[in-house]
Design a binder for this molecule. Structure first.
Ligand code: PMP
Ligand code: GLU
Length: 389
């Protein structure tokens, strides 16, 4: 007999489709997958070396629940250097990926029935975790023509006495949009005088191609106090499988509360990963980050041109992250069927927009090699041509 709360939880669709594509490939099918939300690069050598040294030095015991002090100091230094944010080590906790940071944050702050504002399209995990923690999701719809960003007016209209939190993702998964400093200031002004927490998911910070990345907490003293900054190394230094994320908050009581939860659930994150994360944070891997970023820009630029050449599809160039959120409204109003048929007929895996709360789109990850991008988009073009015929 399972609980109601587990029965209402959906599986991560992004992971489900990626796994299905891998299984079909293993069966020998010529699958081209654009579903994975992870870099196709290996982890930088400097990080692997730190992990190997940690293993050889028997750094294999339990550590402090929130992470060893040198790790939290490295996070604090990174947040100061890159983001202009001052956090002490006791305002920071290391988690098993940013997904775990979000879970701990929601579990610690969302009372039953509290409302959480989530701009759509959103990353698949937010609404599921909010609901699991007893919260109510309040979506704000955005569209490609508006750059997929919420306005201060929309935010104001969504706030009620029950609003507990606003989730902001910049650069966004799945749209790649980035909020400018001015836009964050304007959103912050709407929140003044409330006790609404901003969960700022900055996972794709290092993958900013156009525009300037700004941390939500950095735009004003008021935003600093209300914002929980969430980040990790999965995307920036290709460490998805290592499981490393963190959150930082001005409110030490909040960090302490999540530490208490972690002490009773997972304890510290993997000790080897902690040692490996330090060179991922302190600038030692910057050349690797630049190399990956350059490759992503080349792939993005080519993929955007190829998609826009397809009659019936359109996409705006994303400013960051490694996804195209492609508009299919001219050819389909059912993204799930579109994605299913594309996989069945052309062996191309993409994620339907409906998984991100936006019908009429699909997400294509360009974190894959250029040949796969060219061949895959050619197959998508054939598929759309046949749909229109
Ligand atoms: N936030 C966003 C926006 C993401 O796309 C992801 C991808 N998995 C995460 C958080 C979580 O990443 P991880 O748990 O690997 O740190
Ligand atoms: N965040 C990635 C994605 O959107 C990884 C999958 C997941 O964690 O759900 O595809």
């Amino acid at each position: 007999m399972l609980t109601d709360r587990i029965n209402t939880l959906s599986e991560s669709i992004t992971i489900a489709i990626t796994t299905l594509a891998q299984e079909l490939k293993a069966e020998g099918k010529d699958i081209l997958s654009f579903s994975a939300g992870e870099p196709d690069f290996g982890t930088p050598q400097v990080i692997k070396d730190a992990a190997i040294a940690a293993i050889n030095n028997n750094f294999s015991k339990y550590t402090a629940v929130d992470g060893i002090l040198p790790l939290r100091e490295a996070i604090a230094t990174k947040l100061k250097r890159d983001n202009g944010l001052t956090y002490a080590p006791n305002q920071i906790i290391a988690n098993n990926g940013a997904k775990h940071s979000l879970f701990n944050l929601f579990a610690a702050t969302i009372q039953h029935g509290a409302e959480v504002i989530i701009p759509a399209p959103y990353w698949v995990t937010y609404p599921e975790l909010v609901k699991y923690c007893g919260g109510k999701v309040v979506e704000i719809e955005t569209h490609d023509v508006d750059g997929f960003k919420i306005t201060p007016e929309q935010l104001k209209a969504a706030i009620t006495p029950k609003t507990r939190m606003l989730v902001l993702t910049s650069p966004s998964n799945p749209t790649g949009c980035i909020y400018s400093k001015e836009e964050l200031i304007a959103l912050g002004k709407v929140l003044e005088g409330t006790d609404i927490i901003v969960a700022s998911d900055e996972m794709y910070e290092k993958l900013t191609y156009d525009g300037i990345f700004t941390s939500a907490a950095a735009v004003s003293e008021d935003m600093y106090k209300r914002t929980v900054t969430i980040n990790g190394l999965s995307k920036s230094v290709a460490m998805t499988g290592w499981r490393f994320g963190y959150m930082a908050a001005a409110d030490t009581e909040l960090i302490k509360a999540t530490k208490k939860l972690q002490s009773q659930s997972t304890s510290n994150i993997n000790s080897i990963t902690q040692m490996a994360a330090i060179p991922g944070l302190d600038g030692s891997a910057d050349a690797d980050i630049e190399m990956m970023k350059k490759a992503f820009i080349e792939r993005r630029d080519e993929a955007v041109v190829l998609i826009n050449e397809i009659d019936g599809l359109s996409v705006t160039k994303p400013d960051g992250a490694f996804y195209l959120f492609v508009n299919i409204k001219e050819v389909s109003n059912d993204s799930l069927t579109f994605a299913k048929n594309l996989l069945d007929k052309k062996l191309v895996a993409v994620v339907p927009g409906v998984a991100f709360g936006s019908e009429g789109y699909f997400r294509l990850s360009f974190a894959t090699d250029i040949d796969t991008i060219r061949t895959g988009i050619a197959r998508i073009a054939e598929f759309v041509k046949e749909l229109k015929a």
